[in-house]
Design a protein around this ligand. Structure first.
Ligand code: HEC
Ligand code: HEC
Ligand code: HEC
Ligand code: HEC
Length: 349
């Protein structure tokens, strides 16, 4: 009898422990669709202050003085930013330092005896990241809108963005005690919000372009290629997208007809472009940098760390709350804002 009571008590204690993982009530809900369709966002007012604090913009630098010689005419080795004036170029160097290497300073990317030298890998990476940032802003307006991105959107004052991902080693070969795990059922995985779903939805969907599909497109099973496995992988990606943006499924779907585009909120279309943009960022810009990296920067399969939705969004539906830094840095806009913003203007914070 006593032992049964002990077991019950232990069970209760465990249950209480388990519940501490849940968020404390009350939560607030905001209706975002027609009444009765369950289209609402759940918000925890107690964590909102923290979110706001994490999304404050750094102080904008003063605009560069007008005029002066072009960087390509005074420096020896500028391959991307040559058309900036000397003032604009140096202002951007200071900004990059604050965004990516505030502790190490210029020396993080430069041999300070010779700034033209390309011997540090970080400089090679930064040059490519500059092209990547310009391309995101110029080519992917369907996703980043007028808000745009700078190095800070991902880096937030750190050498490496806090949200990045590596491909998980093949579970089949990893010498696991319980044998093949089919890429799922692993505890404590951020990628899928701690569910038992596949733990690496990034490789098939954000590096490769596997089809993100659950619903069959024909009435009969013949010709319907969608499987339970595919459903699990799709859901794992959806968990990442929800968590990465800090939103519910209903932010992008009307759950009475999840697959139906005509009934989905417009944010789903933005997300669709986002998936394609992330694939391009990873394949065109990041993967190619693998050989220049020292081994300590590479993952368990020798791959470089890559971008997912959380790299920019960091738990918010619009990165940095939708506040734009690109208006202060038109040199990173890839040309699209040059007609709107002639000279960098001080931020109106
Ligand atoms: C995050 C990396 C990074 C940091 C930090 C950085 N730079 Fe640079 N710097 C670069 C890159 C990349 C280039 C080449 C740009 C190009 O090819 O268009 C460059 C080029 C230069 C050049 C041109 C050298 C030449 O003759 O070709 C100068 C000068 C320079 N940086 C100064 C600075 C100063 C001063 C600081 C610190 C305030 C600084 N940089 C911090 C990445 C960085
Ligand atoms: C879309 C997100 C994103 C943006 C925007 C971005 N980066 Fe990165 N950056 C990453 C990721 C992911 C990595 C990790 C991959 C790697 O190791 O190179 C990285 C790595 C780096 C590194 C290597 C750091 C190290 O210690 O190994 C440098 C330097 C760097 N970025 C500079 C820049 C600069 C400068 C800009 C702006 C011109 C920029 N990045 C914009 C995502 C981004
Ligand atoms: C930020 C927007 C966004 C959020 C949040 C989101 N989804 Fe999606 N979902 C999409 C997009 C975009 C697609 C289509 C992807 C494609 O075709 O490339 C999709 C596709 C799907 C599909 C496949 C539909 C089909 O055609 O077979 C299912 C199922 C799905 N989502 C379920 C969910 C669930 C469940 C959640 C919450 C855990 C969720 N989604 C959260 C944007 C979102
Ligand atoms: C390179 C940075 C970056 C990455 C990576 C990124 N986004 Fe975004 N996203 C943005 C920016 C910037 C905005 C704000 C656009 C605006 O203000 O109109 C945005 C806006 C959105 C919105 C619209 C939000 C709203 O409230 O209207 C959705 C949905 C979204 N992103 C989904 C995604 C998904 C899903 C992924 C991953 C597949 C992703 N994003 C990856 C930068 C990024």
């Amino acid at each position: 009898m006593k032992s049964i009571r002990n077991i019950t008590l232990a069970g209760l204690a465990l249950a209480v422990l388990g519940l501490t993982g849940c968020e404390r009530l009350p939560m607030e809900t905001k209706q975002i669709g027609y009444r009765g369709t369950g289209m609402e966002q759940v918000i925890n007012p107690r964590t909102q202050a923290e979110v706001d604090k994490a999304n404050v913009l750094p102080v904008a630098l003063d605009p560069a003085p007008a005029g002066g010689p072009l960087a390509k005419n005074i420096y020896k080795n500028v391959q991307v930013l040559g058309d900036l004036t000397e003032g604009q170029f140096n202002r951007l160097m200071v900004a990059m330092t604050l965004w990516v290497a505030p502790e190490q300073g210029c020396a993080y990317c430069h041999n300070v005896q010779n700034f033209a030298d390309d011997s540090l890998y970080t400089k090679i990476v930064a040059r490519r990241m500059t092209q990547m940032t310009q391309s995101i802003n110029a080519k992917w307006q369907a996703h980043v809108g007028e808000t745009g991105v700078t190095c800070y959107t991902c880096h937030r004052g750190q050498n490496l963005p806090s949200k990045r991902w590596f491909t998980e080693p093949d579970a089949q070969m990893a010498g696991r005690l319980l044998g093949y795990d089919a890429g799922q059922n692993r505890a404590g995985v951020e990628a899928n919000a701690n569910a038992s779903l596949p733990y690496d939805p990034y490789t098939p969907y954000l590096l490769q372009d596997k089809e993100i599909r659950v619903n069959g497109s024909t009435a009969l099973p013949t010709g319907n290629r969608q499987s339970i496995k595919q459903t699990e992988w799709t859901y794992a990606l959806m968990m990442h997208m929800s968590q990465g943006l800090g939103v519910n499924c209903t932010y992008c779907h009307n759950t009475r007809a999840v697959a139906e585009w005509s009934q989905s909120p417009p944010q789903r279309v933005t997300a669709w472009h986002g998936i394609r943009m992330v694939r391009e960022i990873n394949n065109e810009y990041i993967v190619g940098l693998t050989p220049v990296h020292p081994p300590n920067r590479l993952g368990p399969t020798g791959d470089i760390s890559k971008v997912n939705c959380a790299t920019c969004h960091q738990g918010v539906n619009k990165p940095l709350g939708g506040k734009s830094m690109i208006k202060d840095h038109p040199e990173l806009s890839g040309g699209r804002l040059t007609s709107l913003v002639k000279t960098p203007v001080a931020s109106a914070q």
